[in-house]
Design a protein. Structure first.
Length: 143
């Protein structure tokens, strides 16, 4: 039986998150942890005869199967070693067209946070429309 489609007005949601013990991929420690996990993961995959996952889908590599596998491997390795689990994972993603020629800024660059422990979410809320930015106007300097 087909579900009846509902017209739902889209909205932006926000959350109050305590990162707690965070695998912070913006820090050198976080990058080092992932780098070491990759080396171990690569050895395990090679020994098993399996094929390494790949990051694919255009210049921005939007389907990050390798990155996901390495981070999941790191979580599993920590668990097996009896180490404290990460509550959250934070990473920056540089995506989209350059803002201007030779710029280091991209139109769709963003930060993502994965919350692995729901206790680190202290609240959720709906963001009022007045806080939305208009991509066609210069930054107001208030943010």
């Amino acid at each position: 039986m087909k579900k009846e489609a509902r017209n739902v007005e889209p909205f932006v949601g926000g959350a109050v998150i305590d990162p707690g013990f965070c695998l912070d991929l913006i820090s050198s420690n976080g990058i080092h942890a992932v780098e070491e996990a990759y080396a171990s993961f690569q050895s395990v995959v090679a020994a098993s005869g399996a094929q390494m996952p790949e990051n694919v889908s255009g210049n921005d590599l939007l389907l990050r199967k390798l990155d996901c596998a390495v981070i999941n491997f790191l979580h599993l390795a920590r668990e097996k070693a009896g180490q404290e689990p990460f509550n959250t994972v934070r990473g920056v993603f540089t995506e989209g067209e350059h803002v201007y020629p030779n710029s280091g800024f991209r139109r769709k660059t963003h930060i993502q946070i994965c919350v692995r422990n729901q206790a680190n979410i202290h609240g959720v809320f709906r963001v009022h429309e007045r806080y939305f930015s208009n991509a066609n106007t210069p930054a107001s300097g208030d943010g």
